[in-house]
Design a protein around this ligand. Structure first.
Ligand code: ZN
Length: 331
């Protein structure tokens, strides 16, 4: 897999299974990091939401309804609508109020929780939260994001009113390592990492130039050219979502995952769990009900780079070939 393909796969796997826990995309300026994330919009599946809900409530999960949907449910006025998942972009200069929400004090006296204006984290619920230049975020914003990502919810207390809402999102960040490193807590929170390099191959570069020219001449015609391929991916994502609960990991594969965790000297068990979830999701994407070694290698390639504390073959660069060799040595 070339790196752009690996990046697309990492994003797709997270869309199929948000439980994986996000992607960090590293690469220098202009390698197409943001384009890959923004391009997701065209392949995202539809989800069911409660019509008019400001918190993107899931009509199939009344237990987690927001107060407004709970009220509607009592009156029997819940309406379901389908809408496409969205990429919600978090601006670097976002304020705390815009991120978690704010209360209109005058309204609060008469309208209670309805005076609460939900923040971006409500909009991101069941969608993708995308942070470009994630390594340049302010510390207070990072802390709020980490809390929300860990709890899957946001609790706000202002002016004597407390509001909490669900916020399960697919966390995607991009960064240029030349602009500084990422805080370790945030690095650990993002399950997978993909490094995107500048393409050095002449033919591929010519192809990219041609595509960019074609796009700027006629964006609509350019996009319709890829419609067929997008629909195929979109369909594969829908099917994988259905298949995922049936995917099983055989015992010998669990041993391979654990041995990798030990050989790369991972802290704790989170890395093992991420590898298994990612491998299962990849099997589902490939239409299989059983995890295979190749799924584990792909998962390890994305889950290990920012977690490993040592390399088993010190003389060799971390790569899928090296992982294959290592896994072969286990049997
Ligand atoms: Zn709601």
């Amino acid at each position: 897999m070339i790196n752009q393909e690996k990046l697309k796969r990492a994003l797709i796997l997270n869309v199929i299974n948000p439980e994986i826990g996000g992607v960090l995309i590293r690469g220098r300026k202009g390698v197409g990091k943001s384009a890959a994330v923004e391009g997701l919009t065209d392949i995202l599946p539809e989800i069911e939401v409660v019509k008019g809900c400001r918190y993107n409530c899931d009509p199939n999960d009344p237990e987690h309804f927001c107060p407004e949907c709970r009220e509607k449910q009592e009156k029997g006025t819940i309406e379901r609508v389908k809408k496409r998942m969205e990429v919600v972009k978090l601006p670097l200069n976002i304020t705390e109020d815009r991120l978690i929400g704010s209360i209109d004090i005058e309204k609060a006296l008469t309208e209670g929780t309805k005076a609460f204006e939900p923040g971006l984290l409500a909009k991101a619920h069941r969608n993708i939260l995308y942070v470009d230049q994630i390594n340049l975020l302010e510390d207070n914003v990072v802390d709020l994001l980490l809390d929300a990502a860990a709890m899957g919810m946001v609790a706000v207390e202002r002016e004597g009113i407390s509001v909490s809402y669900q916020s399960h999102f697919i966390f995607i960040g991009t960064m240029n390592p030349e602009e500084g490193e990422l805080r370790p807590q945030l690095l650990d929170r993002l399950a997978l990492q993909v490094e995107v390099e500048t393409i050095r191959d002449v033919e591929k570069r010519v192809e990219i130039m041609k595509r960019m020219n074609a796009f700027s001449e006629n964006p609509l015609a350019f996009k319709s050219q890829f419609r067929g391929a997008e629909d195929t991916v979109s369909k594969k994502i829908r099917e994988a979502r259905k298949l995922l609960p049936e995917v099983e990991t055989p015992e010998n594969i669990l041993y391979i995952i654990t041995k990798l965790g030990i050989d790369f000297n991972l802290d704790g068990h989170r890395g093992d769990i991420i590898m298994e979830r990612t491998a299962q999701t990849n099997a589902a994407f490939e239409g299989r009900k059983e995890v295979a070694v190749e799924d584990v290698i792909l998962a390890a390639e994305m889950a290990l780079p920012h977690r490993m504390r040592k390399q088993p073959f010190e003389e060799e660069k971390f790569s899928s070939e090296m992982l294959k060799k290592l896994v072969d040595s286990y049997s």
